[in-house]
Structures are given as C-alpha cells and as structure tokens.
Design a protein around this ligand. Structure first.
Ligand SMILES: Nc1ncnc2c1ncn2[C@@H]1O[C@H](COP(=O)(O)OP(=O)(O)OP(=O)(O)O)[C@@H](O)[C@H]1O
Ligand SMILES: C[C@@](O)(CCO)CC(=O)[O-]
Length: 912
C-alpha cells in the first residue's frame, strides 16, 4: 500500500454509500445481472439521465451531504476532503460516462491540470500544444520556471513535431487537446497515442477533452492515460458552477491521482457536485441542439467568405480525422475578419451573444481570444504560435438559430464586416415555422440564402478588383490577360552561420556568410491562367487554377501600391492557402514551397488586376533542411522572379541596386515567415545581398543592424552534412519555448553568445590588427564556446556531437560547431591556413566513413542573381526540320544537382 490515506470510494466498488442509502429489498442475483447486462447497452443520453441513487428515503435526486465530517470510525466517509457521498455519486456517474476505471470531481478544470502535473518530477518533460487556453499556458509556464520541469510547446496536432521530443530515456507527459481552442486544430489522438507509446513507453498521455465532453469523445478508448474536462463547460452547461473532472483508465494512475486530490484538498464541494449531477442529466440534449446550431452558424460565416475554423465544415482540413475519433463537431467555432479593430467592433455590437470567456453553456457567447481567454499569453508568443489577433470565437448555446444568426448578422453589419448585396432579390428573411423540423438540406438552404443577401465589406476598388478577378477566372472577361514576355531566370545563395544561430532570433548579433551553393529558378509564362510549381530535387509537380485561389481573403486596407512586403503574414489568407495545398498529395517540402509561392503570388497580384499565369521551376545545389539556408535561397528566388513578373521591380541591367535589394529582402523575409514561423531574417538578408555580415534583428523598438564584414572570405570551412533531417521551424520554436519556461537558464546563454559574436565581428571586420594566426586561433576558441552554448540550448544532436568528436580530437585538433538550426543538419569546421591537404583528405574520408557528407566550401560570393541577356534559346531541329525552342525550365530540370552551376553559367550573362 503506497499511500497511508483513505481513498474516496472508487466507482468500481459501487459503494456509493450503500450502507447509508440501501432501503429497497435486495434483488436476486440473476435479476441484478440481467439488469446490468441490459444497462451496459444503454445509449449515452440514457446514461446521462439515469443516476445510480440508492437513497434511504428513495429520493429521486442524489441528496446534498453538506457536512464537513462524518461520525464514527467504521463508515466509508470521515472527512469531506477525503470523500463525500454526493461527490461519490457524481464520480461514479462520470466514470460510466467516460468509460473510466475511476473519475474524480475537483474544484475547477485548472485544478485538474495542477493535480495531473504533480505526477511530473523536476527534470522531466511536459510536451504541450501551441494552441492553448491562456490559463493552461500560465500554469505550464509556472511549473516550468518554479518546478524544474522542461515544458516544451509544440504543435501536438502534428506527429512530426512531437516525435523529435520523445525518447525512451526522456520521461515525459504529453498534453493533447483535440480540437484545440480556439483554432479548432485536430490531433489524430489514436495515432499520436500509439506513436508516443512506441517511442516513449513510460510517457503519460493526458487529453484535455473540454471542447468535446464525454458525449462526443472518450479519449481513454483512444489510447490516453488520463483525461480531464472542465466541468464548468458542457457537463454543467449553465455557467453557474466551476468544476473539473479527471478520468483515469488504470488503477495505479488512479491511486496517485486520488492521493493528490486528498492531499491537496481540492475535491468538489457537495453543493457543486449536486449541481453538476443535475446539469449532466441534460447534457446530450443540450449538446445536440448546440451542435446543430453551431453547424448552421459556421456554414453562414463560411458562405459569407470568412475563414471559419470548425471541424464540422467540409472545408476543415482534418474533418475526416476528427470524425474518426469523435461523434460530433462541438459547439465552439472561430473565424477571422482580416482586421483586429473590425473584429472588436463586431464583438462589441453583439447583443444576444454574450461577450464572455468560457463556453459550453446554454447561452451563446462571443469573444476575442487575444483580448480575453488568451490574453495572458504575450502578443509575441501568440504571434509565434499563429493565433490571429482578429480571431473571434463563438460558443453556441441553445437559443433559436434564427435569432442567433440574426444577431450575428446585425453585429457583422454594424461592425462593418458585411454589407447588403443590393443585387440580391430580397433582404427580408421570412421566419420559418421551425427550423429544426426541417431536414438538414432545408436548414442549410435557409442559411445560405441568408448569407447571400450580404457580402463581405470591401473598399470600392477592392470590390472592383474582386469582380475583375472572378470574371477573369471564369473566362468571360473582355480584359486581356497579361502574359510574361520571357522566361525569368534567377538564382540565390545559401548561407552558413558562423556564430549566433538561434540567439539571433532573440535579438543577439549573428555572423554569417553566403556559400557557393545556390538555388536556381526559372519563371515560365503560360497562357492557361494557371500557376504551377516544379521542383525537380523534391519531385514536386503541382498546378492550380488562378481563379480557384482564395481571392476573397486577400487582405484589405493597407497601401497595396507599395512595393515592400507586409511585415506580418495574413493568417486568414495563409490558412486558406494551406487548406488548398493540404489536398495535394505532396510531402512537407512541397507543401511549404507551394504555400510560399501561392501566398506571394496572390499578395503581389493584389496590386495587379491582370496577373499572369506562370510556372516556377526550381532546383538547388543546397541540401534542403540541412541548416544552409535552402529556404532563404528558395524564398529569394520566388520573391525576385515574382517581383519581376508583377513589374514591382525592373529587370536589373547592371546588377541589383540597394533599394531593389531591400524590396526583394522584404518579400523573402515574408516567405521565410511561412517556412520558418519565426525567422530572424539573417538567412534572407545574406541570400539577397551575398557576402558576409554581422546581423542583428530589429526587436522591441530597437533598430536592427546589418554590417558587411570583409575579413571573412579567406577563411576556409568544412561543412559536414549529418544527413539527419530536421525542421528549422520546430527547432526555433523549441528554443523559444525553453526561453519562456527557463529564462534564468536561457538568458545568460544568449548574453554569452552576444559576447562571442561581438568579438568575432571585430576579428572579421577586416580592420582588426590581430595577426592572422592569432585570429584563427581565437575564432577556433569562439567556435568551441558557441557549440557548448548551442548544446545547452538543446539544439545539438548525437550526429553533430559525433562530428565534433571526430574533428576536434587527435590528430586533427580542429574546432567544430553546428551551423543553422541544428538538430541534425550541418556542422562547420574551421580549416586553419596551415592545415595540410593530406590531413584534410584523411578527415573527409573519416567523416564519409562515419556516414556523413563533408563539403569544403568557399565563403562569400554574390547574392541574388538575374540572367540578363540570355543567349538565344537553344534550338534543336525537329523531324520536320523546323526549329524548336527548348525552354530553360527543361534545362534546369535536366541539369541535375551537379550540373546546375555549369548549366547556369552556360546560359549567358548574370548580374548580381
Ligand atoms: N529547392 C527547393 N525546392 C522546393 N522547396 C524548397 C527548396 N529549398 C528549400 N525549400 C523549402 O524550404 C524548406 C526547408 O526549410 P528549412 O528552414 O527547414 O531548411 P533550411 O533552410 O535548409 O535550413 P536553415 O533554415 O536551418 O538554414 C523546405 O521544406 C521547402 O519547403
Ligand atoms: C536557427 C536560425 O537562427 C538560423 C536558421 O538558419 C533561425 C533564424 O535565424 O531565423
């Protein structure tokens, strides 16, 4: 017996204070067994309504045992903190609903998380989501900073983001939620549970099921160990009490939870248990109505052209996964208007929808998560986690859907988000006898008709553009389509970071240089009004109808005449493009590359009523995802070619002038935000401008800095690719999460890296009077120090450590660190001037034998390049003897990685 306490009676004991309540004569064993067999098949609503109550006076409702203590020594109860009959009845009832070994009723949903987190010991890891309720985030941050727990925020709806954090030796707790709140992202719970258990058998999987309740989803059956649910929401349904539920599948875990609840004293008070029991009886009936109305509200907003997050909508990218694990879409949805102040006006105009936090009650609620439920998460972290500031959350109650849609329509109209469509036959909406008596199709028809009487409010010129765009897309426009006259051929280099990766994201200076590996791209005109992407390295061949792109979500307002890119991504447009690309059968590389191309194309086309159809063909000598800035080189190529195609910049005759480079850089940075999440901007800065730089990101009102370094190019570096794939976006997010959780550990590391970069900057500025040999020795020391700090930041990898060991030990005695985001990818080794060729060959052979790919790189070199005056296209004779043009894109496709640089040179004159 591990704990010397008396537990509250467990539901499996069906004790329910039998000795206190039992009055009716005992049934025969066979009669009781037959009843149990039949009741095991009861439907959920029957289970909700039938509370097992054996009151001594036959009371219909479970009595409230409003007492702190119980007399005597032998009864099942002594003190209400440890157990109470009203709570016992509630817990037994909940265990049936959750299909749990045991359920516990606590004072709030947050208390549940607090108790569960006490199962984690200092040094262990908690993997939590990145779309989280603000209160959850607050408590996790606290246990991260005060409990010595390694709390990491990753997108737990994505297995590939979770997996790198799991390991058999890494005792962890994984917190899942599906759908997430408030973005309604879906995690494939059974698949994630199975993968977590396979990779880390000792991990405890915890699911916050509040958005679904046991009516729609029972995660213990899907592989979870512990489930919690804020009883304040659907279970109680009336917003008149606070409660939390923990449901557990295994007796051992149940014992620990019971111990903690008793020790802390956070069991639910008897009166609240009574209220919660009462609420549960009507849960499925309430929720049926709430879900049916939520579906109508989601459809209504979708029809109006808003980006709506709701798993019940056909457009939800993970709708199928959701319905495999849950039986309904729930009654919470969210949408964006495209503008924060517009959203505030809409929310402020609501009357029937109460402006309030929380959800699940019979009354409908409207809120702006960034200002309310998620306000305790800083704006920067919200942005990092992709929570749009203009997001409106709707929590649908049981009011009549006609009134709810009426009030929402009024709010959207009063807030300026929609305007009446004067061409629509009627703006009056005759009330239907009873919407719920109509079949689903009729209900949806009512909603769609209603939405069609309005349209999203756009400034006049934007409406004209939209109309033109639609006409063009449908092909009955008289507007002649613009076509690119020629192919546009561009290239851009990758980069190597010598000092300061990751720290640079947080405002520390980093030192980097372009490398002799490049991405090449050809933008080819096409006449079928499509946009296509071909990437031969990654076998991508995709195309989209330009008219099928989500033009209605193009951000409005702002100065669309300006050439520079916006500073921030428009989340509504981005999500919609992601959903479009999600449908194509393509890997992660292809998805990122496609979303980047389409997003950039659309934003630029927003200024051009007549955007041309194009195919972008890319190929790269850079390894993708290896820390050498392949994404920045790709981003620079996409930006430059599209800027030229949309006539934002002129074809450079004598090379790119600084102002044009700034324009290209601003777009490349926006592309990097799509691919990276939270890039510092160093990779695109180097790719666009070439050469070597000291880069400091502009942050918190402080101006950034970009300084050319001229003592750099003669340094020889060996780059060794571990061939371990990884994702910059999640590594950057991991460091941010660590900083959030452990600022006292991370901030001093950042400070030390700043000192390293400061010294390196002086050494490499070309003005340092330190002798060459001393300079190289000093750089080697700085490289070793930087690697230690990167390891402490958690971004090294066993493969990188192997390279460090192979290069730093005898006989080579070199200095090595990871470069770029780490977690695999590449290591860089400084090759001092006197290092013999024989030793270098031996070293490269050793590294190759270890399974790595070493590459001696030349540093510095040109930034973005443009093929100026192409030699006449290669011509070949066809069978008929007629000349046929071989487009450059075929040359690019066929050149192969090794032949790319030669192919590019053979084309003609490049300017940079
Ligand atoms: N040649 C290419 N073709 C298509 N997409 C590419 C190409 N090069 C890069 N990308 C895009 O960039 C992504 C790789 O970006 P990621 O930031 O993970 O790696 P990296 O840029 O090589 O490393 P780092 O940012 O650490 O230097 C790919 O998944 C893909 O979407
Ligand atoms: C890891 C990082 O510092 C470098 C990636 O090449 C991220 C960035 O600066 O954007």
């Amino acid at each position: 017996m591990p704990f010397a306490v008396r537990y509250p009676p467990s539901p499996s004991e069906t004790s329910l204070a039998t000795s206190i309540f039992e009055t009716t004569p005992a049934k025969s064993v066979s009669e009781e067994e037959a009843h149990l067999a039949r009741s095991a098949k009861w439907q959920f609503s029957t289970l909700c309504a039938s509370v097992d109550n054996k009151d001594q006076y036959g009371s219909s409702a479970v009595p409230i045992y409003q007492t702190a203590t119980f007399k005597g020594m032998d009864g099942p109860y002594d003190y209400t903190r440890s157990g109470n009959p009203t709570r016992g009845a509630l817990e037994a009832h909940l265990a049936k609903l959750y299909g749990a070994h045991a359920c516990y009723a606590l004072s709030t949903g947050m208390t549940c998380l607090d108790v569960i987190l006490r199962l984690v010991k200092p040094g262990e890891t908690v993997l939590a989501g990145d779309d989280l309720y603000g209160g959850t985030n607050r408590l996790l941050t606290y246990i991260g900073t005060h409990g010595g727990v390694d709390v990491r925020h990753v997108d737990t709806t994505r297995l590939d983001e979770l997996e790198p954090h799991l390991g058999p030796g890494n005792k962890s707790m994984v917190l899942l939620e599906s759908p997430t709140n408030p973005l309604l992202k879906i995690a494939d719970i059974p698949t994630i549970c199975a993968a977590v258990k396979a990779a880390a058998p000792s991990a405890l999987i915890v699911v916050d099921n509040t958005m679904m309740s046991p009516y729609l989803q029972r995660p213990l059956n899907l592989g979870a160990d512990i489930v919690y649910d804020s009883g304040t929401k659907y279970l109680s349904g009336h917003h008149d009490l606070m409660a939390g539920i923990i449901a557990v599948g295994e007796p051992e875990v149940a014992k620990s939870i019971a111990f903690l609840i008793n020790a802390v004293g956070c069991g639910l008070a008897p009166f609240d248990c009574f209220l919660l029991l009462r609420g549960i009886k009507t849960m499925s009936v309430r929720m049926d109505r709430q879900i049916a109305t939520a579906e109508l509200v989601a459809l209504y907003l979708h029809e109006l052209g808003f980006l709506v997050h709701y798993p019940g909508l056909k457009s939800h990218p993970k709708r199928d996964i959701h319905y495999k694990q849950a039986t309904g879409a729930g009654a919470v949805l969210s949408f964006t208007t495209g503008d924060k102040s517009l959203s505030e006006k809409v929310v402020g105009s609501a009357r029937l929808w109460g402006i309030s936090v929380s959800f699940g009650a019979v009354n409908s609620l409207i809120s702006m998560p960034c200002l309310m439920s998620h306000a305790s998460i800083s704006a920067a972290v919200r942005a990092e986690r992709g929570l749009p500031e203009d997001l409106i959350r709707l929590c649908v109650g049981i009011e009549d859907p006609r009134d709810l849609i009426d009030d929402l329509e009024h709010s959207l109209f009063a807030g300026g988000a929609i305007v009446p469509d004067l061409s629509h036959p009627t703006l009056s909406h005759p009330r239907m006898a009873n919407l719920y008596e109509l079949g689903r199709e009729h209900r949806e028809h009512w909603v769609i008709e209603r939405a069609r009487a309005y349209k999203r409010s756009l400034p006049e010129n934007a409406i004209q553009k939209l109309v033109d765009g639609v006409k063009r897309g449908l092909g009955f426009s008289s507007i002649p389509r613009k076509q690119l006259a020629n192919e546009i051929t561009v290239s851009a280099p990758g980069k190597v970071i010598l000092f300061g990766e990751h720290a640079v994201v947080h405002g520390v200076t980093a030192i980097a240089s372009s490398v002799d590996l490049r991405c090449y791209a050809v933008l080819t005109p096409r006449s079928d009004h499509k946009i296509a992407l071909e990437a031969s390295d990654s076998s991508i061949e995709l195309e989209w109808d330009i008219s099928a792109l989500p033009w209605n979500l193009l951000p409005l307002g702002g100065d669309r005449g300006k050439r520079e890119a916006d500073k921030e991504l428009d989340s509504a447009l981005l999500h919609s493009i992601e959903a479009l690309v999600e449908d194509s059968n393509v890997n992660k590389t292809g998805k990122g590359a496609s979303v980047t191309l389409l997003y950039t194309y659309m934003l630029m086309a927003g200024n051009d009523v007549n955007a041309p159809g194009v195919t972008l063909t890319v190929s790269s000598t850079l390894p993708i995802g290896a820390g050498l800035g392949s994404s920045a080189a790709y981003s620079t190529c996409v930006s430059t070619s599209l800027l030229l195609a949309h006539s934002y910049i002129d074809p450079p005759k004598n090379g790119f002038d600084p102002a044009t480079r700034d324009v290209v850089d601003s777009w490349a940075f926006l592309c990097e935000k799509i691919l990276h999440g939270n890039p510092s901007g160093i990779d695109n800065a180097v790719s666009v401008r070439g050469g070597a730089v000291a880069f400091t990101r502009a942050m918190g009102g402080r101006a950034g800095g970009l300084e050319g370094l001229h003592g750099f190019s003669s340094i020889r570096l060996l780059l060794t690719n571990t061939l371990v794939p990884r994702d910059t976006k999640s590594l950057v997010a991991r460091v941010s999460a660590k900083r959030l959780a452990e600022p006292e550990v991370v901030d001093p590391i950042l400070k030390s890296i700043q000192t390293i970069s400061d010294e390196a900057k002086t050494l490499l500025s070309g003005t340092s009077d330190v002798g060459r040999q001393a300079l190289v020795l000093r750089l080697e020391t700085l490289i070793r120090q930087n690697q230690v700090y990167l390891t402490q930041l958690g971004v090294s990898h066993p493969s990188l450590e192997m390279i460090v060991a192979a290069t730093t030990g005898e006989p080579f005695n070199l200095a090595t660190k990871l470069t770029g985001a780490g977690g695999g990818g590449c290591a860089l080794t400084l090759i001092p001037d006197g290092f013999s060729e024989t030793s270098l060959q031996a070293l490269m052979e050793d590294l190759t034998n270890l399974g790595f790919q070493p590459h001696l790189t030349a540093l510095g070199g040109s930034g973005v390049g443009f093929l100026l005056s192409p030699t006449s296209d290669e011509r070949i004779e066809s069978d008929t003897g007629e000349g046929m043009t071989i487009p450059k894109r075929s040359g690019l496709r066929d050149a192969g990685s090794d032949g790319l640089a030669n192919w590019a040179e053979s084309l003609g004159t490049w300017v940079y």
